[in-house]
Design a protein around this ligand. Structure first.
Ligand code: GRF
Length: 250
């Protein structure tokens, strides 16, 4: 029980189970000591880069952030990453869930290692998840980017990697494989794109950034998606630049 009565000189502190933390070792000012001039009290940061779950801060490594990019389609988001000038990140491998994707072609054209991991080549989804995790494990990546990858990632990949996804709608509205079509069908006048951390759900993880795009009269799924993708590519490059600069999310 805590000692509450007046403490007389020399009276012993009640024993605690744990040693008291030493403020200096924690980078804190000892109780009662004056605050240094010009030093502001550190406040918990709640920036857009902060994922919902608590993660330990990791030291910022000197090199570029090593990215694995997962694709299923044409790979224009991947191309934006490859073309980003003086980027603090580097695409070290590109993976696809099907043969003959434009994304894999774009990677090959740059001499970047690629792999294809098809669900159909495995007895079940868990086997595919394990195979994808093995493919990624051979490339020493810091972050996985799902850039038009049309599969829900499994628990093995998610346990081994932080994953960022880009989605062509303003989440939490219109999640899933048809975000552009669903937004248009709903009649919204503004939609856009979202970059978010991936969790076990479908487009449910914490939002990192978003861009708004107006729906124009006469828009089709294709015309609207093309305008969204212009914003999406810029957003993805910007988000990854920020994540490469502040690696406290690791
Ligand atoms: C992007 O709009 C992405 O959000 C969606 O599919 C599109 C992929 O485009 N899931 P690309 O393959 O990067 O050109």
């Amino acid at each position: 029980m805590r000692h509450r009565g007046p403490r007389t000189r020399g009276a012993r502190r009640p024993r605690r189970w744990l040693p008291r933390p030493v403020p200096a070792l924690l980078g804190r000012r000892p109780r009662g000591a004056p605050r240094a001039r010009g030093v502001r009290r550190a406040r918990p940061r709640r920036g857009l880069l902060r994922p919902a779950r608590r993660v330990e801060a990791a030291p910022v490594s000197g090199g570029p952030l090593r990215l694995a990019v997962l694709v299923s389609g044409s790979g224009t988001n991947l191309q934006a990453l490859l073309d980003a000038p003086a980027a603090p990140f580097e695409v070290v491998v590109v993976g696809a869930d099907r043969e003959d994707t434009g994304g894999v072609e774009r990677a090959r054209a740059r001499g970047i290692p690629t792999f294809v991991c098809r669900v159909a080549d495995h007895p079940d989804r868990a086997g595919w998840d394990a195979a994808l995790a093995r493919s990624l494990a051979t490339h020493d990546v810091d972050l996985v980017v799902s850039a038009g990858f049309m599969k829900v990632l499994g628990p093995q990949v998610l346990a081994a990697h932080r994953v960022v996804n880009t989605h062509p709608a303003l989440l939490p509205s219109f999640p899933g494989a048809h975000g552009v079509r669903d937004a248009l069908a709903h009649g919204v006048r503004v939609t856009g794109c979202t970059c978010h951390w991936v969790d076990a759900g479908v487009d449910t993880g914490p939002v990192i950034d978003q861009r708004a795009v107006r729906v124009e009269d006469g828009d089709t799924v294709e015309t609207l998606h093309e305008r969204i993708k212009v914003q999406e590519r810029a957003m993805l490059v910007e988000v990854l630049t920020r994540l490469a600069s502040d690696r406290s999310w690791r």
